[in-house]
Design a protein around this ligand. Structure first.
Ligand code: PBG
Length: 342
């Protein structure tokens, strides 16, 4: 603002008194005005539903800490997929819950492992309507529950984990996954899996880098959802919640390594990191509204302490407003169906 330009807000006339000239409330006066001037909208095509598929069950198993979310049997999985496709959401992100785990997570690379079986089923059922995506991480498949394999001293071995991720990537691509969600937070994972996919001829399979994934307490309910056997924590590979610049660096690294999409996770406590990523990334930026974010709203709503549907929509709008172009959310189908009715 220079002194030579007229500035209405600087005029003493306008600031003083009880008759403001600038009235932002004009555009809030009626539902039609508010609708026309709304600056952020969330479309069902921008929502992705995370789904858990459990090996060896014939009925869906409820997840206590995530009311309304289940570990699917293959039958209930199939039914929920067609509901998701009818609702018009953008895609599904699949997690496997295997019956048996071991030190290197062999179930992850076995073509008959639950995640690969579920992926083939999803691609066959809804592969044209939905982008079928898979979690590429070892934690659901390892008996120690870490996202990678361990060295002799019991530490997570970055480079040995990359070898497993490469094989897991190929197994998932061969099962038909369109987008591999690399959530393990090993250094170099995007470059390693890209190289393996390309060498195996899977040049069309895309990579979603969980670029800025923080060591968060909000993953709590997920650990129940996948029957996690983790002892300890993931702080040697996931980011410290205090670190904003480090999140920005991880985003740029994943982009350089060839990620087709980058992710910030969790969403609501990391909207600043998300806004940074949205400003700097040349590829789409998504956010994962994680299990604990879901559980908090459900629990408060169950007590009658907040308006559940308004709270859900407010969270999704906030994440979208901060810069996410798509959101992974356990409410994806419910929200899409509800918005279609309203
Ligand atoms: C790791 C993974 C986790 C989540 C998604 N992928 C858990 C973790 O890092 O401990 C959490 C998702 C959620 O909480 O909803 N494979």
């Amino acid at each position: 603002m220079t002194d030579t330009l007229p500035d209405p807000l600087r005029s003493a006339d306008l600031r003083a008194g009880t008759r403001p000239v600038i009235r932002p409330r004009r555009l809030r006066a009626t539902p039609a005005l508010r609708r026309l001037t709304q600056q952020t909208r969330v479309h069902p095509a921008e929502l992705i539903l995370p789904m858990f598929v459990r090996e060896g069950v014939s009925e869906p198993v409820p997840i206590g800490s995530m009311p309304g979310v289940v570990q699917h049997s293959l039958d209930s999985f199939r039914a929920e997929l067609s509901r998701a496709a009818r609702a018009g959401i953008g895609g599904v992100m699949l997690f496997g819950v295997p019956e048996h785990k071991d030190a290197t997570g062999t179930g992850a690379t076995d073509p008959d492992g639950i995640l690969n079986v579920a992926t083939r089923l999803a691609v066959a059922e809804v592969g044209d309507a939905l982008v079928v995506q898979t979690d590429l991480c070892l934690d659901e498949f390892t008996d120690h529950g870490h996202c990678g394999v361990l060295d002799a001293a019991g530490r997570v071995d970055n480079d040995a984990s990359l070898v497993r991720y490469r094989d897991m990537g190929i197994a998932q691509a061969e099962s038909g996954s369109a987008l591999l969600g690399l959530s393990g937070m090993m250094d170099g994972q995007v470059a390693a899996v890209r190289d393996a996919l390309d060498a195996a001829g899977h040049t069309e399979t895309a990579i979603l880098g969980y670029a800025a994934k923080y060591a968060s307490a909000f993953y709590g309910p997920f650990r129940e959802a996948v029957g996690s056997s983790l002892q300890g924590d993931r702080r040697s590979y996931q980011l410290d919640p205090a670190n904003r610049r480090e999140g920005a660096r991880e985003v740029l690294l994943d982009v350089e390594e060839g990620a087709d999409v980058v992710m910030v996770k969790p969403a609501m406590s990391y909207l600043d990191v998300l806004a940074d990523a949205a400003a700097s990334s040349p590829v789409p930026v998504w956010a994962y509204q994680v299990s604990g974010e879901y559980a908090m709203v459900e629990a408060a709503a169950a007590h009658g302490w907040i308006d559940r549907e308004r709270a859900i929509d407010e969270t999704l709008t906030s994440i979208r407003r901060a810069g996410a172009e798509a959101v992974l959310t356990y409410w994806a189908v419910e929200a899409a169906e509800r918005w279609a009715r309203s």
